[in-house]
Design a protein around this ligand. Structure first.
Ligand code: FNR
Length: 172
C-alpha cells in the first residue's frame, strides 16, 4: 500500500504544505509506505486545446499521471481560493484527464485543506469531490481540514483523527 501525497500550493510558507508534512509525519510513525510530490510536480501551462494539439500533454503531467497510477491512494492537500480548489491542482487534473492512462479512474483519494479562515478550506474540498468524481476517482468521506490554520494549529491536530483519515479505503 503506497500513499502518494500531493500539495497544491507553491508558496514558501504554505500552510497546506505544512499540513501535508504533518500527515506524512503521522504516516511515517504508523509505518505507512508513502511517496511525496511537492507542488512543483504540478507545474504545467494552463490547459487549452490548441496547446495540447500542438505539443501534446506536458512531460510533467505524464510523470504525474504515472505517479498517481502507481499509488494505491492519493492524498491531495489543497488551498482554498475564492471558495474553490487551488488552480494548480485543477489544471493538473485537467491535463492528466487528457491521457489515455486515466490515472484517476478507480483511485482512492483523500482530501485535506488548511486555511486561516474558519471553514478550513471545506468549500475547496467540496469542489474537489465533484471534479474528481468526473474523472472516476473515489473520494473518501472524511477530510482533514484545519480551520484557523497556523503552525501550532496544524501541529496540534489530533493524531488519532489523522491516522483514521489516512486509513480510509484500506479495506477496498
Ligand atoms: C484566499 N484565501 C481564502 N481562504 C479561504 O478559506 N477561503 C477563500 O475563499 C479564500 N480565498 C482566497 C483567494 C485568494 C486569491 C487568495 C490569495 C487567498 C486565503 C488562503 O486560504 C490563504 O492565503 C492560505 O494561506 C493559502 O494556502 P497556502 O499557500 O498557505 O497553502
Amino acid at each position: 500500500m503506497t500513499v502518494l501525497f500531493i500539495g497544491g500550493s507553491r508558496r514558501k510558507e504554505s500552510l497546506n504544505t505544512k499540513l501535508k508534512h504533518r500527515l506524512v509525519e503521522v504516516a511515517e510513525k504508523h509505518g505507512i509506505q508513502h511517496k511525496l510530490l511537492d507542488a512543483d510536480a504540478l507545474d504545467a501551462p494552463i490547459y487549452h486545446g490548441d496547446l495540447e494539439e500542438a505539443e501534446g500533454v506536458p512531460e510533467s503531467m505524464q510523470a504525474l499521471a504515472k505517479a498517481i497510477d502507481a499509488a494505491d491512494k492519493v492524498v491531495l492537500v489543497s488551498p482554498e481560493y475564492n471558495s474553490s480548489v487551488s488552480p494548480l491542482i485543477k489544471n493538473a487534473i485537467d491535463w492528466v484527464s487528457r491521457l489515455d492512462m486515466q490515472a484517476w479512474s478507480g483511485k482512492t483519494v483523500l482530501l485535506a485543506a488548511a486555511s486561516p479562515g474558519g471553514l478550513g478550506g471545506l468549500r475547496a474540498v467540496s469542489h474537489l469531490r465533484d471534479i474528481l468524481a468526473n474523472v472516476k476517482a473515489w473520494t473518501a468521506p472524511m477530510c482533514a481540514s484545519c480551520p484557523n490554520a497556523s503552525d501550532s494549529a496544524i501541529a496540534s491536530m489530533d493524531e488519532e483523527f489523522l491516522i483514521n483519515f489516512l486509513r480510509q479505503g484500506d479495506n477496498g
